[in-house]
Ligand binder design. Structure first.
Ligand code: FAD
Ligand code: NAI
Length: 466
């Protein structure tokens, strides 16, 4: 028999589950359909959380080698990879079960199965436990996320040629890991395996890594990763991978074309981006419009079909968990007649390597392209007392402010704990702060956050500690 809901969400990732909880808080009768067998989507199961668990554990392992410099003597440190993976798996399962608990607490109905649009306000679910169920909904939200992109002619087997999912579960440390794509996934997971002992080579199509980040930061980041042992082949493309032998034989050539070259590796990680996932959703039948795979929405997340909405990785914008979550909240509030809104100009990005890279707002390159006259203030972590205490002095903070109004337009960091510190910059920008506002705010001493204050002071050439 069909069940009736105010809102049915397809996909239990950060977009879908947060939308469900907020809508239930606002009094709607909500169901969330998820086919994976656990809630939390890509982020909790095979994305943000397992990658950060391995980044954290591998950083502890790498740091332990240098503890003697702090007067801490240890015995010989060795790697227990199965235990490291177990820590990751337990963190994931605790958090995914946590989302089930949140659903119960907020009275969101969790339906484990694959959903398909079958008619106006109607969804059919192929239940994971067998059988089918029909759901009627006033509103339907598609939050089905994204999946990795592969290279033409190269099949991902998740053992020797892996996407991020396989790279999060390797059974042994590869001697040589080839990473295709110098973006966020390639550099985070490349760092994990480099710290655990792999030789890592990153092949990047463009002439710089992390496109989208401020170039100044990107250059510094590449230099630091190189010092950590990662090798880079920029302006280079992979044209084929032969896995018939024991190792992988990889053909590469210059991005612009040229003589082919061969490389060898045990494992290749393909990390060249992700694409929206809408398989078997019945989009065509329902008439939902897409553009290059993305579901097309208006600023209120409405698709072209009455009563059908979409949020998260499956629509335009950065593929980030916090962006998906904020869209989930905004949409639930709009559906409840409130003024839901996401400020796309202030969405922070973080790369959780060591040092971390974080930014919010415009890069120098974007400001130049837009013809905005700006001032830049920069402060190195080498001049920050807390960074020196920790021996973590790599990197800097850079504040970009409008030359005429002093309004902060962008903040870029590479350094210790940059991912946490960028929150202050995002808050300042959300409130329309000037660099003067940040410079006049009292920051505790000795903290890393004093570097943000000093970078704001640097806008007026009046740093106090450098
Ligand atoms: P997803 O999280 O992809 O969830 C969609 C869910 O829908 C999936 O569980 C899927 O099974 C389900 N689904 C699909 N079709 C159906 C159907 N027909 N019926 C039922 N269920 C269906 N972002 C960050 O902000 N920070 C990070 O540190 C970070 N690290 C990442 C690391 C990796 C390795 C990867 C791959 C991604 C990372 N991301 C990170 C990106 C982040 O995971 C995504 O942006 C986020 O998960 C998108 O949320 P979503 O709700 O749109 O989709
Ligand atoms: P990405 O878009 O960050 O990077 C892909 C890189 O591959 C780019 O540098 C691109 O120039 C390069 N590339 C593309 N085609 C290539 C080719 N044929 N040969 C060589 N290089 C090629 O994508 P990535 O790293 O796969 O991540 C996907 C998404 O997941 C990102 O959008 C990101 O937002 C999200 N993510 C976020 C994280 C975070 O917030 N810390 C962590 C991991 C993923």
């Amino acid at each position: 028999m069909a069940e009736n809901f105010d809102l049915v969400i397809i996909g239990g990732g950060p977009g879908g589950y947060i939308c469900g909880i907020r809508a239930a808080q606002l009094g709607m009768r909500v169901a969330c359909v998820e086919k994976r067998g656990s809630l939390g989507g890509t982020c909790l199961n095979v994305g943000c959380i397992p990658s950060k668990a391995l980044l954290h554990a591998s950083e502890l392992y790498a740091h332990s080698a240098g503890l003697a410099a702090y007067g801490v003597k240890t015995g010989k440190v060795s790697l227990d990879l199965p235990a490291m993976m177990e820590h990751k798996n337990k963190t994931v399962s605790d958090l995914t079960k946590g989302v089930e608990f949140l659903f119960k607490k907020n009275k969101v109905t969790y339906i484990a199965g694959a959903a398909r649009l079958t008619g106006q306000g109607q969804i059919e679910v192929r239940l994971n436990e067998g059988g089918a169920q029909v759901l009627n909904a006033v509103h339907i939200v598609i939050a089905t996320g994204s999946e990795p992109v592969s290279l033409p002619g190269i099949e991902i087997d998740e053992e020797r040629i892996v996407s991020s999912t396989g790279a999060l579960a390797l059974k042994q440390v590869p001697k040589h890991l080839l990473v295709v794509g110098g973006g966020v996934i390639g550099l985070e997971l490349g760092s994990v395996w480099a710290r655990l002992g792999a030789n890592v080579t990153v092949v990047e199509f463009l002439d710089h890594i992390i496109p989208g980040a401020d170039r100044d930061v990107g250059k510094n980041f590449q230099r630091v990763l190189k010092k950590q042992g990662m090798d880079f082949r920029l302006s280079t493309k992979v044209t084929g991978i032969d896995k018939t032998g024991k190792g992988l034989k990889i053909s590469i050539e210059a991005a612009a074309g040229g003589a082919p070259e061969m490389m060898e590796a045990d494992v290749a990680l393909i990390a060249i981006g992700r694409k929206p996932y809408t398989d078997d959703l019945g989009l065509e039948l329902a008439g939902v419009a897409t553009d290059r795979g993305q579901i097309v929405t208006d600023p209120h997340y409405r698709t072209n079909v009455e009563g059908v909405y979409a949020i998260g990785d499956v629509i335009a914008g950065p593929m980030l968990a916090h962006k998906a979550e904020d869209e989930g909240v905004a949409l639930a509030e709009l559906l409840a007649g409130k003024a839901g809104h996401v400020n796309y100009g202030v969405i922070p990005s973080v790369i959780y390597t060591s040092p971390e890279v974080a930014w919010v707002g415009k890069t120098e390159e974007q400001l130049k392209t837009d013809g905005v006259v700006y001032k830049a203030g920069k402060f190195p972590f080498a001049a920050n007392a807390r960074a020196r205490v920790a021996g973590d002095t790599e990197g800097f903070v850079k504040v970009l402010a409008d030359a005429a109004t002093d309004r902060v337009l962008g903040v870029h960091m590479i350094g210790p704990d940059a991912g946490n510190m960028i929150g202050e910059a995002a808050l300042a920008m959300e409130f329309g702060a000037s660099s003067e506002d940040i410079a006049r705010t009292c920051h505790a001493h000795p903290t890393l956050s004093e570097s943000l204050k000093e970078a704001a002071l640097a806008i007026d050439n009046r740093t106090l500690n450098s």
